[in-house]
Design a protein around this ligand. Structure first.
Ligand SMILES: C[S@@+](CC[C@H](N)C(=O)[O-])C[C@H]1O[C@@H](n2cnc3c(N)ncnc32)[C@H](O)[C@@H]1O
Length: 339
């Protein structure tokens, strides 16, 4: 998935540093800013016990599905005679909240998604909700289906990568019919967990071997840039979200991250690091980030000796900007916690 700060291309780099640590088999790896869950998935495959957390609901859905779930759900209570994903893909689309507000249906001008795909999203999301409400599916099954839907929407969204704005002309991808597929569950014998909390409140509740920190490093709030996916994950059933502006954004004040606010970021990191209960803290940060590297060292050194690893990296860039890739430095700060 295209996601700001996604670490898919840096997994070997992170893994090499972690592999050098003297921790036992099945050690706990806590990915407390998990986003797409790419890092947690990698360490789950390597047989670590993974804890995953993100305060956004769609990211939590990924963690519930890809981290906490160790075997494919059976949907035994659903009583349909076919595969659940086939069933959802075959539903007849209907005009609902997404079609009316985010596709060019009727007088609406927003074109995040084609009318046909939006109708599919409406019927599928409503069906998943009704199964949950009538207890035909468990919460594990619910998050499995939400993940499948979000992954599918992401492939046919008419955006440059984030949802801050939609494209004024149709990208070819967005005109293809949306198709859900089964998320690839990673088998594991470990008791992997996922959380949906503010990292600073959660961090002191668990003692772990490795605490991995990948906080936002710039002023872009994830809650606004990915509001559409958040809307899909949260749904619109109990209370219709108030949406506003050209983009159809929903309010996100309650999901603003201090790590994306210059005057608050260093204090937030300091608070998190001081409360951490871990043998090792590993922090990913970019050289273009809000908190200067010297400040990061100062904060981390309060807990032990800091080692820094650096790697040049072609940063993800939304398509249709100037087309070029920007080379940035991704640093990994490692602390063996002693204090
Ligand atoms: C740089 S991204 C993580 C990317 C992730 N490592 C990946 O590979 O996809 C930062 C994540 O932190 C989350 N976040 C920001 N502030 C948070 C907070 N205070 N508590 C929990 N999650 C937070 C954001 O929602 C975002 O998904």
């Amino acid at each position: 998935m295209r996601y700001y700060g996604c670490k898919t291309k840096l997994l070997d780099y992170i893994s090499d540093v972690v592999a050098s640590l003297p921790v036992k088999k099945g050690a706990t790896f806590f990915d407390i800013f998990s986003g797409t869950a790419a890092v947690g998935k990698h360490f789950k495959k390597l047989d670590y016990t993974v804890y995953s957390n993100d305060f956004l609901e769609f990211a939590h859905a990924f963690a519930r599905c890809y981290i906490e779930t160790n075997s494919k759900p059976r949907f035994a209570n659903l009583k349909i005679n076919e595969d659940v994903i086939t069933y959802l893909n075959d539903l007849k689309g209907k005009v609902g909240f997404i079609t009316k507000n985010y596709s060019p249906y009727g007088k609406n001008v927003r074109q995040y998604i084609s009318v046909e795909n939006a109708k599919k999203v409406d019927v599928i999301r409503e069906t998943i909700e009704s199964w949950k409400e009538s207890k035909k599916i468990s919460s594990t099954e619910y998050y499995y289906l939400i993940t499948s839907l979000i992954d599918a929407i992401n492939l046919v969204s008419n955006v440059t990568g984030t949802y801050a704005a939609y494209l004024k002309t149709w990208d070819a991808r967005a005109l293809k019919p949306m198709k859900l597929s089964h998320p690839k569950i990673i088998p594991s014998i470990r008791e992997n967990k996922s959380f949906n909390e503010d990292a600073n409140k959660l961090v002191s509740k668990y003692s772990v071997d490795i605490l991995y920190l990948d906080p936002p490093y710039n002023a872009r709030q994830f809650a606004s840039n990915y509001f559409f996916l958040e809307l899909i994950a949260e749904g619109w059933f109990k209370k219709q979200p108030e949406i506003y502006g050209g983009s159809g954004m929903r309010p996100y004040e309650h999901q603003k991250s201090d790590y994306s606010i210059s005057r608050k970021a260093a204090d937030a990191l300091n608070d998190l690091v001081m409360k951490a209960k871990a043998k090792y803290i590993l922090l990913s940060y970019n050289n273009e980030g809000i908190i200067p590297h010297e400040k990061i060292r100062e904060i981390l050194s309060k807990r032990g000796k800091v080692k820094v690893f650096e790697k040049s990296h072609r940063r993800y860039r939304a398509i249709n900007q100037d087309g070029s890739n920007v080379v940035t430095k991704e640093s990994l700060f490692l602390v063996k916690v002693e204090k």
